[in-house]
Design a protein around this ligand. Structure first.
Ligand SMILES: Nc1ncnc2c1ncn2[C@@H]1O[C@H](COP(=O)(O)OP(=O)(O)OP(=O)(O)O)[C@@H](O)[C@H]1O
Ligand SMILES: [Mg+2]
Length: 240
């Protein structure tokens, strides 16, 4: 049994690293933007000095500081996310915080495909109990799939919603992508089932996500319409 759990953790870990790998180019791009901003601000300071103009150092420092914090948050989060599954524990979680962490990693990818984010987070949602890294992994898998599905679409909108429904918290992830044929819909939770090239998909994302959601005593549902898009819903029980 321990062996099985060990193997399962190993599988989760490799899928997670693969997901980070997929996001790397987007993240590199995202880090470059604030760095370029810092460089522009510093050039401005240099120029002002040469022209003997006055510089508002307080304002300059706080602008640089904001950009540094942005880079730092992205790096911290990536490091956190890559930690091994066994090193993380089940705790009370604030679902909106997990979604915001997820977006730190997903937004660069969405930008890269020219997509738009619509975020609609419920206020004062009850806590859920679980493993933050694993739950984020589920949300990342859903968002990665959504981005992949929208790459060729005319409209590229990723909608993320959270709300309380009875004694559960619902997270809904919708895309305006390709949608799925019925024969694909039937198989998405199968391990290694993928319609993507081997460079792009391992076919583990959804089966691992289903596994994680079930471990959290939650439910995963979806609705997909060919040519219009797909919506996934994750229901997690509220912490008692
Ligand atoms: N939002 C979606 N829109 C369209 N098709 C989807 C969506 N989510 C999943 N699929 C389909 O389900 C298949 C399985 O998804 P899954 O996430 O398990 O694997 P993958 O994305 O192909 O590879 P991996 O996630 O391991 O990189 C995908 O190949 C795709 O055909
Ligand atoms: Mg996937």
């Amino acid at each position: 049994m321990d062996d099985l759990r060990g193997m399962q953790n190993q599988l989760i870990q490799s899928a997670k690293l693969a997901a980070v790998g997929e996001m790397t180019s987007g993240i590199a791009h995202e880090l470059k933007t604030p760095l370029a901003g810092i460089s522009t601000i510093l050039s401005g300071v240099e120029l002002a000095k040469q022209l003997h103009q006055e510089i508002d150092m307080d304002a300059t420092c706080s602008r640089v500081n904001l950009l540094v914090q942005r880079c730092s948050a992205i790096i911290d989060h990536m490091r956190n996310y890559s930690r091994r599954t066994e090193e993380t524990h089940s705790q009370t979680q604030i679902i909106n915080q997990l979604l915001k962490n997820t977006l730190l990693l997903v937004e660069p990818q969405l930008k890269r495909i020219g997509g738009k984010l619509e975020l609609n987070l419920g206020h004062d949602l009850p806590f859920v109990v679980g493993n933050d890294i694993q739950l984020e992994q589920v949300f990342i898998n859903l968002c990665n799939n959504a981005c992949d599905a929208m790459e060729q679409s005319e409209e590229r909108i990723l909608t993320i919603q959270s709300m309380a429904v009875g004694d559960e918290v619902l997270v809904r992830v919708s895309d305006t992508g390709t949608g799925m044929r019925p024969e694909v819909q039937e198989r998405i939770f199968e391990s290694f089932f993928t319609t993507k090239s081997s460079a792009k998909g391992t076919g583990l994302g959804m089966s691992i996500s289903q596994n994680i959601v079930e471990q959290h005593k939650g439910k995963i549902r979806f609705n997909s319409e060919l040519g219009r898009g797909t919506t996934f819903e994750i229901y997690l029980p509220v912490a008692s």
